[in-house]
Design a protein. Structure first.
Length: 376
């Protein structure tokens, strides 16, 4: 509050005035300044930040270079040469689901663990990433945003050579983790081979000729079903291809003797013969983690601006400035005291507050005031 007294006038009048509520103006200033800070922080993050996604199979690793990303986007002023150098190894991926109750089949725990190195020559350190608990490396956050199954497949061509041996991620398509995927075998002879199909973590059948479905997202009864293609995969053309899409333009699908599509159905440990004389084996089942890697410079600025802005907004709304005047003047042998108040923010309690002030004045003057001389 602030106050002052005016000089005595010709009629010996004296005036005292005071004001309170200056913090309201401070609140307004803080709020609007915070808005500017939030806009600056968002703009910097959008221009200089980047975000990408990568699928890493259990037992494999990831290096923070552009070619390792499955998806990548960045701000207009970000240079991909500025990606901070770090790498991580996924040693173990844990996925647990509720097995009973109303939440049956819902995720219970997703956890990725392994080791990482910050920089080119950084020391190896362990990490554990859970949902909403990312790994922070050199200003970059690594989030665990999903997981799925990666069957380990071994393919032998007609000449008896192992032409493919590795884990293949199958991408989940629904809540029971019915997953789709492709396998490309460019080294097969005499023709390249391609496989497209589905993976069911818990395959169940109704006993009819209808296709099996997955009844639970956990791997209780894994089943892999694949259609087989042969010909040219188009990889040798030098054009980039998605590892999750099979280009069938120059491929021909194997058929059964009755003209139906040839298909193999495998459980872990099973092997099937291919029409060209080769074999395909479902060796094992492992998991993959889907990581989101993101960097947003000055990410603390919008958060801090919003927090401080809320404080300023509360001050500007809760504090109501008021100005009050008290003037005393001589009227013959009497002293007339006039009291006035002004609310800069209209409200209904002005009269009540003024009555309280008058009561305090009467009390201070020993109740010698004449109510007939009061003026509002």
């Amino acid at each position: 509050a602030g106050g002052g007294a005016g000089p005595a006038a010709a009629n010996d009048a004296a005036e005292v005035r005071a004001e309170r509520g200056y913090l309201r103006e401070l609140g307004n200033l803080v709020f609007h300044t915070s808005i500017v800070a939030v806009l600056v922080g968002v703009a910097v993050g959008a221009l200089f930040g980047y975000r990408g996604a990568a699928i890493v199979t259990q037992g494999d690793g990831f290096a923070n270079v552009l070619t390792q990303y499955d998806e990548f986007s960045s701000g207009a002023l970000f240079d991909t040469d500025d990606l901070p150098p770090f790498s991580l190894q996924l040693d173990r991926m844990v996925a647990r689901f509720w097995t009973e109750g109303p939440q049956r089949g819902a995720p219970r725990l997703f956890e990725a663990s392994g080791s990482y190195r910050a920089g080119v020559d950084g020391a190896e350190k362990p990490y554990e990433i859970r949902v909403n608990h990312p790994l922070a490396v050199d200003g970059t956050s690594v989030f665990l945003v999903g997981q799925g199954y990666a069957p380990v497949i071994r393919v032998t061509d007609a000449q008896g050579d192992v032409v493919f041996d590795g884990a293949v991620p199958f991408l989940p398509a629904d809540g029971t983790y019915t997953s789709n995927g492709v396998i490309k075998v460019p080294e097969a002879q005499p023709e390249q081979l391609g496989f497209q199909g589905f993976f069911l973590p818990t395959a169940v059948s109704d006993g009819t000729e209808e296709a099996s479905i997955s009844a639970f997202p956990g791997a209780v009864n894994p089943l892999l079903g694949l259609f087989v293609f042969h010909g040219d995969l188009g990889i040798d053309d030098g054009l980039p291809q998605s590892v999750y899409v099979l280009d069938k333009e120059n491929l021909e699908q194997y058929k059964n003797a009755d003209g139906s599509n040839f298909r193999v159905s495998l459980s872990p440990g099973q092997e099937a013969d291919l029409p060209d004389g080769g074999t395909i084996e479902f060796v094992d089942l492992t998991l993959f983690a889907r990581f989101q890697i993101a960097s947003t410079p000055l990410v603390w600025l919008p958060l801090g601006g919003i927090s401080i802005g809320i404080v300023g907004l509360v001050l500007s709304l809760a504090i109501r400035p008021r100005r009050t005047w008290v003037r005393a003047r001589r009227d013959g042998s009497r002293t007339v005291v006039e009291v006035a108040a002004l609310d800069r923010v209209p409200r209904d309690d002005l009269g009540t507050s003024l009555d309280e002030l008058l009561e305090r004045l009467r009390s201070g003057l020993g109740d010698r005031t004449d109510p007939q001389k009061e003026t509002r």
